[in-house]
Write a protein that binds this ligand. Sequence first.
Ligand SMILES: [Zn+2]
Length: 334
Amino acid sequence: MNHRIPALAVWGLVWLFAASPTLARETSHESALEVVATIGMIGDLAENVGGPCVKVTSIMGPGVDPHLYRASARDVRTLQHADIILYSGYSLEGQLGAVLERFSRMKPTLAVAETAIGSDDLIKVQGAYGVDPHLWMDVGLWSRTVARLAAAIAEQRPACAEASRTRAAAYADQLAALHQWVREAIASIPAERRILVTAHDAFNYYGRAYGIEVAGIQGISTESEAGIADIRHMAGIIAERRVPAVFIESTINPRTIQAVIEAAADQGQAVRIGGQLYSDAMGETGTAGGTYIGMIYENTAKIVDALGGRPPPLPPALRAWAERWEIADEQAES
Ligand SMILES: [Zn+2]
């Protein structure tokens, strides 16, 4: 679906468009702000905060791995038409760095998470990344991007400032409720089973925020494959802790986790796949998992269920969201 083209051709397009300013931009002040986001989580944030003031396009769809993603010719055209470009930052979109840098000289280009979340709150990691970029996994941290985005929209569309602030406040309330719900849901898992085994290290912020140990087989990025030693090591942990379930990820080839399951079986521990988690991309548009709240909610529901916990009822602030997506709150008191 993505037509990969050589980097040189992308540069050609970037320069071509740079040399030809579009007329549409001059006359677009009354129309919706054209927002182009890299990952879906940022696009969803922009839709929630911007409402009718924005028209959002996310260039990375469901199942797309942001660590490896390169800009296609189509992406460059999409970015050219943007009024503002939003990306997460902290090297998440590693292969897009140079393209984003070029566009930042032509139009507002904002590293949303990087400018909203300071270095004190980051998880430092070894290797090229330096910091773990999977910040959306801690809802409390991620919610700081809400005010940042409201400010950016207000700057671009002063007429939308008031409405964006109101929407931002309402959305922040939903995220605060979600954060508390996830915390309680994870706490319902028996303590010795509170361990999340996944393919790559996308869940460190989740683990820190919600009190569950995280063991990723691969590193922070997906650029390197897990080796035999990593797989054997993980199987050892699973056998020792009697971990009942491990998880696959929507953006990662499940082969690695299959190898771990087989290695654990060799060590006498039967372990099953607890489900597929959203790690670096949301689900299909038009489904609950295609929203940020749904991504976190569905992940948590699967983790809690597979590891033997029982999630609390959804908080009142999320009832409207659940109704919209027809999510039956099984735990709700009747
Ligand atoms: Zn990742």
